[in-house]
Design a protein around this ligand. Structure first.
Ligand code: GAL
Length: 340
């Protein structure tokens, strides 16, 4: 390679790397607050996940719209709204968000469809497969009594969709409810889900095209009744933040650590600090986004559910900083960066 080309490449790489790093001190921090897009409309993206792709952050979440009602005949607070599908928003700085439309539309009037408005479509997470060049969305699919307990998958050639729904599965015959996906540096991807009637979590290696579970899976946090998983990597270690199982009501988070995604995992204490830390600031984990992973800086995303009016649920986005004592999520200490 000649020197001129090498210099150009260096400049390009440096710029590309710089574009990836959002200033940690200027992140939009929310604690039970609404979030608006750049046209002033309320962002509707609950149980969300974020994909960072080619310098752009894509936020995907559950569209919660309409009257909240209580499913009759359940022994727990099965409040719900019609499944509204999955929304997508994009941003270059995590501050200004553009609405990209409905990434996965629900079907209407077809009660036997997994993605009918009468069903449950929750906790979507999207990863990019560099080999197939497809964007793959995994989500929790259920019937309104939450007895179906399956993982659904959809694909798209574009990050903003439209995603085409491919179907649902119980990985290795195992129940799957609250879930997330994690893509490792080596390109391997994992589905992490509450299983065994929510008593035990499982981590399952996905196929190389990310479209199906493989037979390689492990049982983790056995009989700990954890849900709302959010996985991230710091250095060579893997971290998993989860909540307890108390439906829409808040509880205390914990984090777990492993040397490999399939475990073994060891559970530690609560990463939250400050007022209401014992209730995760009245929110429930959904995703941890690397902001500057080399410096141990992440953004913790959580939902502050309003169970009697789910459409009015709000967002809690707080900094997560790795320390010698593990991940620390402090209560909101400063005003948020102004949203544009
Ligand atoms: C929560 C779960 C939410 C939703 C809710 C239904 O525990 O994290 O995603 O499924 O239960 O009550």
């Amino acid at each position: 390679m000649n020197r001129c080309l090498a210099t150009l490449l260096l400049i390009f790489t440096t710029c590309a790397l710089k574009a990836q790093v959002v200033d940690f001190s200027k992140l939009p921090l929310l604690q039970g607050e609404t979030l608006k897009d750049n046209k002033g409309a309320a962002i509707n993206a609950h149980g969300a996940g974020i994909l960072f792709h080619n310098g752009v952050y894509y936020l995907y979440g559950e569209i919660k719209k309409g009257k909240t009602w209580l499913v009759p005949g359940q022994s727990w607070e099965d409040y719900r709204v019609p499944a509204g599908g999955i929304s997508c928003y994009s941003s270059r700085d995590l501050v200004s968000w553009k609405y990209e439309g409905i990434a996965l539309a629900p079907s209407t009037g077809n009660g036997s469809s997994d993605i009918d408005t009468g069903r449950v479509i929750e906790r979507p997470k999207v990863i990019y497969n560099a080999v197939t060049k497809q964007f793959v969305m995994w989500m929790h699919i259920d019937t309104r009594d939450y007895a179906f307990a399956r993982a659904g998958v959809a694909v798209s050639n574009s990050p903003t969709g439209p995603f085409v729904y491919r179907g649902s599965i119980r990985p290795n015959g195992q129940m799957a409810r609250d879930m997330t996906v994690f893509k490792d540096d080596d390109g391997k991807a994992y589905l992490i889900y509450s299983s065994e009637n929510n008593a035990t979590m499982q981590v399952c290696l996905l196929s190389t095209d990310y479209l199906s579970p493989t037979t390689r899976y492990s049982r983790i946090l056995v009989n700990r009744s954890r849900e709302a998983p959010a996985m991230f990597k710091y250095g060579k270690k893997y971290f998993l933040i989860t909540s307890a199982c108390t439906g829409w009501s808040p509880n205390q988070a914990t984090y777990a650590v492993a040397e490999r995604p399939l475990g073994p995992w060891k559970e530690f204490g609560n990463p939250c600090r400050g007022t209401d830390a014992d209730k995760t600031f009245y929110a429930q984990s959904t995703y941890v986004l690397p902001v500057d992973a080399a410096k141990g800086q992440y953004l913790f995303l959580a939902d502050k559910w309003n169970k009697l009016d789910l459409e009015r649920s709000t967002y809690t986005w707080l900094p997560l900083q790795m320390t010698a004592d593990g991940p620390v999520i402090p209560a909101k200490l400063r005003a948020s960066a102004p949203l544009r």
